[in-house]
Design a protein around this ligand. Sequence first.
Ligand SMILES: C[S@@+](CC[C@H](N)C(=O)[O-])C[C@H]1O[C@@H](n2cnc3c(N)ncnc32)[C@H](O)[C@@H]1O
Length: 216
Amino acid sequence: MTDDRYREFPTGFFDRQDEGDDRAFYSMPRLVTHIDERAIEAVGLVYEHLELDRGRVIDLMSSWISHFKSSPDTLVALGMNRSELAANDMADGAVIADLNRAPVLPFASSSFDGAVCCVSIDYLTNPIELFDEVARVVADGGRFCCTFSNRCFPTKAIAGWLHGDDRSHIDLVARYFDLSGRWRDVSAAVAIEPGRGGDPLYAVWATAANTDEVSR
Ligand SMILES: C[S@@+](CC[C@H](N)C(=O)[O-])C[C@H]1O[C@@H](n2cnc3c(N)ncnc32)[C@H](O)[C@@H]1O
């Protein structure tokens, strides 16, 4: 990796067992849920609490459900599988993009009031560039919230995620926000504690600050 901001990560941290084209892996629609009902409910409550359920919102690495308790005014779902996104009743628009091939969002700056990414952050191989991009397309003061549990497609998750635990995952996502340098007020919450018989649920979020002064 040439971006100097990755220097703290050991060699191989962003490697995956399956380095094949993500488009092939996600070509088959998976109209399933990746977390249990209680965790889905918790994601919706987090979005509501962070006021991410209003205005123009982008759901990154999306599929057929976006987990909001009530739809934002406009929701764009970006993912890899056209059939999954077409089945997303909440979405007003769908965009297919492979964020590992190019961590670029095909939207004008400040197109959105907020962004979310549910149970997918562990698949990103260029997360810092993507967090830069999310800050660009989210208007100043808007939030980006990443939620995750403790399951994944292991062959497609980065090695650094597979070798970590839930606590280190929270720290890692917070670090992505910090290393991007375009976010302030990085925060985290345990929405569902582990060991309660269902999926745990964690949230890490921050506020877009596309200005020179960024503080944590
Ligand atoms: C575990 S599913 C989660 C789907 C959805 N966010 C949810 O909460 O149910 C992982 C999602 O990440 C998306 N994804 C994986 N790799 C991606 C990539 N390189 N670029 C864009 N999206 C990707 C896939 O389309 C897939 O829908």
